[in-house]
Design a protein around this ligand. Sequence first.
Ligand SMILES: [Cu+2]
Length: 276
Amino acid sequence: MSDSRESSENAAHGHVSSVGQLLGIWAALMVLTVVTVAVAQLHFGVFNLLVAMAIAVVKGSLVVLYFMHMKYETPFNAIAFVSSLLFLALFIAVTLLDAREYEPNVIPGYAPVIAQAKGAPAVSPQTATVEHGASTAAGEIDGVVRGTLVDGIVKVEVTANDLMQFSATTIEVPAGATVELTLKHIGSQSKEVMGHNLVILVEGEDFMAYGTAAVAAKEFDYIPPDLNDQVLAHTKLLGGGESDTITFTAPGPGTSDFLCSFPGHFAVMKGKFVTK
Ligand SMILES: [Cu+2]
């Protein structure tokens, strides 16, 4: 009786591979592993990944077919196996699409809410920005822009790019000077996606508070009218390729904040406006 049960179980599990066949597959896997390492030393450019994946697929197939006995299974099991692989590929592909879509909106190293909750200071977004795009079209990160004196007017030019960076972290002008400030958006993204402005606050006002409040003022291009008493001067909201020039009088000696008030940007797009 126990014999018959054993034989019926064997029948259900089907094939028993010979030792020779298993050793053969093992040898093939070892050879392919050596090939993988050897191929890694060669450079095929864009085909590097394809070659590596092709070898990996062959190895994986050998394991699945012989060690996991898929070769001796019914076609139904093969269909179930292959379709589960297809679904896995689909999940990964959709996730990657999503990640790419949102990548431009991610501010490197910026997590103020979490940092506040833990009572720790927020990660300096400035440091993160430098790591993220040290060589950009804007060029001078951590730059002090002093402007040039032309006909009694101090002309200052600041650029902003698609990587959410101002070319200046400090704008320095003589106290009381007439300042002509130009903001150039040197990126290519639209105002809706990567809009930039430059808002100089009155001394004592906090860019974080202003930037947070400005998020709700979309219809005013993120310049909330009820906070105008906090603003010394501001440019228009610009899209890629646009620029705006404003003229204002610098106050007496002091230091205040400037920022881009487009939602999410002030964490990295900010700096000091210094009058001396
Ligand atoms: Cu901006």
